[in-house]
Write a protein that binds this ligand. Structure first.
Ligand code: SF4
Length: 238
């Protein structure tokens, strides 16, 4: 059995266990390459796991086009959660549309309004949520475990691709003809909101294009809380 085949088998077992033991469970997709691996596995196995995305109002057209590509390929409609209009209006009127460039605090407040609050609504009522995070993606994810006790949201959090490499992801997508975001072929290994993501140069860290004006340690959007509210569980029995 190849390494990729083994990883796929292990990931399928984790997803099946989540569907069996932690229902209702949801998968938070940012419509990037890793998320398309999980989308493909979940939908092909017909697992009762809902898939949603956070439509921040600042996404690239190419990212939004992925909603159509998933619909065409799988006949599946990804649920969208949007920020509260009054919260966006308040942020923009008080700080300006692009105030996230001014300071880490302003950036985190924009992420709170456009991502963190909608995520809370998306997760409400579920026992577990799933992400496409990988350990190798950044220094902030080096300790990422497959299963975490997400006390902040009062549920379990699963990262089934935690030990997948970037090569594994692309080998899977190509072997299975899974659609992927066109930006990945233009130097964007990691894709977030349009004004906060740029293409990287060869040899740069895969998340170097995210909030590129900040220190690496602050580069998370608040969706993945670590400061004492999230406990790493090192092993997951299938
Ligand atoms: Fe706002 Fe940028 Fe965060 Fe998107 S990534 S929510 S635009 S600060």
């Amino acid at each position: 059995m190849s390494d990729l085949h083994r990883r796929v088998e292990e990931t399928n077992a984790i997803l099946a266990r989540i569907a069996r033991d932690y229902s209702p469970a949801v998968f938070a997709s940012s419509l990037a390459a890793e998320d398309m691996v999980l989308t493909d596995l979940i939908l092909k196995a017909k697992l009762p796991i809902g898939i949603f995305s956070l439509e921040t109002g600042r996404l690239h057209a190419e990212t939004l086009d992925m909603l159509n590509r998933v619909r065409e390929t799988y006949g599946y409609e990804i649920a969208l959660f949007r920020p509260q209009p009054e919260a966006v209006e308040a942020y923009v009127s008080q700080n300006g549309l692009n105030a996230f460039y001014d300071s880490v605090e302003m950036r985190k407040e924009c992420c709170r309004v456009r991502k963190v609050e909608p995520l809370g609504r998306a997760l409400s009522g579920n026992k577990a949520w799933i992400t496409g995070q990988r350990r190798a993606q950044s220094t902030t994810r080096a300790e990422l475990a497959v299963q975490e006790d997400d006390a902040a949201h009062g549920m379990q959090k699963f990262n089934p691709l935690a030990d997948w490499s970037e090569q594994d992801v692309w080998d899977y997508l190509r072997a299975n003809k899974v659609p992927y975001n066109a930006l990945h072929e233009r130097g964007y290994p990691s894709i977030g909101c349009e004004p906060c993501t740029r293409a990287i140069q060869p040899g740069e860290d895969v998340r170097a294009g995210r909030w590129w004006w900040e220190n690496p340690e602050s580069k998370e959007c608040g969706l993945h809380v670590v400061d004492g509210k999230l406990i790493r569980i090192k092993s997951v029995a299938a």
